[in-house]
Write a protein that binds this ligand. Structure first.
Ligand code: C2E
Ligand code: CA
Ligand code: CA
Length: 417
């Protein structure tokens, strides 16, 4: 049997294995188990199993056995160097060994005597992208001289079947893996940078606060909401938000202490035990926590519980993107915010659109009656600004006033204003 060609065997014959565990869904695991059972029974072998290569180890993922064999159980981990696999992969042992006693190298492997193994079949499970997941193996305690090419061919066929079963799980895992790597790369390269966008109080046309916004220089160039969404999907949303928050509060130290600092925090991160520690690095009375929901909030209780001590210290709570999204009005009802931020989709063109105008008017009226500050976001034109003034909106933010800026540019704007 010849050497395998593609990149899973190095020149010295050792296996280059994946470092990452792949998560196989229960349905796929179930279906692989059925495959194992049917081939094991068909070939009349004692054990059939799938192992996954991970670094220098292999993990038993699925096992079908006529009776239990110590060490060959789902979840068991062995060094790749031990056992048959490495030798088979490197071409030192054939994929099909009908009688181990006739193969001197096989007799040097400890398991051959300890289990014992009389006949052994082992084929790689090659994924659609050419990468090798691991191996699909069968063995029997006694030698089986009747095994030949047809049986080996069957093993290869089933190995392809197993790979196909895994395809979706593998694709999902790879996507997550790529996301994780991108987010790590971004953080290690110093992302996110923080820019600040001024918030103008209309009563006296004074800049009374800034919103901290993240900027990512890492390729692929994408807006911060995409970065945060991706980090979230990869299970790193909280981490990335806290990195951004810590940096925002650091940068904000260079700003005049008259300014409120708005920071963006998702409901998931609000309940993080680490949040308070990061927020504690800054004057609480200047902090406005903008809570955006990118997914519907099922249970407000933990969020309210997490916010209570922060509010007690003097921090304010804003509902971001009011008038857009899933249930931002429910958000307002449940959280009794100090600030409501009117979503950009309502501000845009509200001077010309009676429906948007009516909605903004309703929220402005709401804020007057409840003593809530209302900030209109995304103000780009004088006409929008005039309409918002007329409605009694308290504060505005948008390109018309200023784009988000790095600290030095922002200081210049503040001096000039
Ligand atoms: P957001 O919190 O609603 O932030 C306002 C967005 O509107 C910002 O987009 C801002 O640059 C943009 N904007 C401001 N004025 C105007 C305008 O006049 N016209 C238009 N067209 N856009 C305007 P940006 O910076 O791309 O951020 C997008 C979203 O990403 C943010 O929406 C926020 O949800 C999220 N985000 C950004 N930075 C952070 C962060 O540090 N942490 C967290 N958790 N989320 C962040
Ligand atoms: Ca915001
Ligand atoms: Ca917003």
């Amino acid at each position: 049997m010849g050497r395998k060609q593609t990149g899973w065997v190095t020149d010295d014959g050792s296996i280059v294995a994946d470092k990452r565990p792949m998560t196989i869904s229960p349905q796929v695991a179930e279906s692989i188990s059925r495959v194992l059972r049917s081939i094991r029974q068909h070939l009349r072998m004692d054990i059939a199993f799938v192992t996954q290569f991970l670094g220098s180890s292999r993990i038993f993922r699925n096992v079908d056995a006529a009776h239990q064999v110590a060490g060959v159980e789902v979840g068991a981990v062995l060094p790749i160097a031990a056992g048959y696999c490495q030798h088979v992969v490197a071409g030192r042992l054939p994929e099909l060994i009908a009688d181990t006693s006739r193969v001197p190298l096989a007799m040097t492997i400890a398991e051959t005597a300890s289990i014992p193994i009389g006949a052994h079949l082992s084929v790689p499970i090659r994924l659609e992208n050419g990468r090798v997941y691991g191996t699909f193996c069968c063995f029997s305690h006694r030698a089986m001289p009747e095994l030949g090419e047809p049986e080996l061919e069957l093993m290869h066929t089933f190995s392809r079947l197993i790979a196909r079963e895994m395809h979706e799980d593998v694709a999902r895992d790879e996507r997550l893996e790529q996301m994780t790597e991108r987010v790590h790369a971004a953080i290690f390269s110093g992302d996110p940078q923080i820019v600040f966008q001024p918030i103008l109080r209309l009563r006296d046309d004074t800049i009374i606060g800034v919103e901290a916004l993240s900027r990512f220089a890492t390729e692929p160039r994408r807006t911060p909401d995409v970065w945060f969404a991706e980090a979230n999907e990869a299970g790193m949303g909280e981490m990335l938000e806290l990195v951004a928050l810590r940096r925002a509060l650091q940068r904000a130290r260079d700003l005049p202490d008259t300014l409120g600092i708005h920071v963006n925090i998702s409901p998931n991160t609000v309940v993080s035990p680490d949040l308070a520690r990061v927020l504690d690095t800054f004057d609480p009375k200047r902090i406005v926590i903008e809570i955006t929901e990118h997914e519907p909030v099922a249970d407000y209780e933990p969020i309210l519980r997490a916010l209570a001590p922060l509010r007690a210290k003097g921090m304010k709570v804003a509902i971001d993107d009011a008038g857009a999204g899933y249930s931002s009005l429910r958000h307002v009802l449940m959280m009794r915010p100090d600030v409501v931020k009117l979503d950009i989709s309502l501000t845009r063109g509200l001077d010309k659109d009676p429906v948007r105008h009516a909605m903004a008017a309703a929220l402005a009226e709401f804020s007057r009656r409840t003593g809530t500050v209302i900030v209109a976001e995304g103000v780009e034109t004088d006409a929008e600004l005039a309409a918002l003034r007329e409605l009694g909106v308290t504060e505005v933010q948008g390109y018309l006033i200023a784009r988000p800026q790095l600290v030095p540019e922002l200081l210049k704007i503040l001096r000039d204003s």
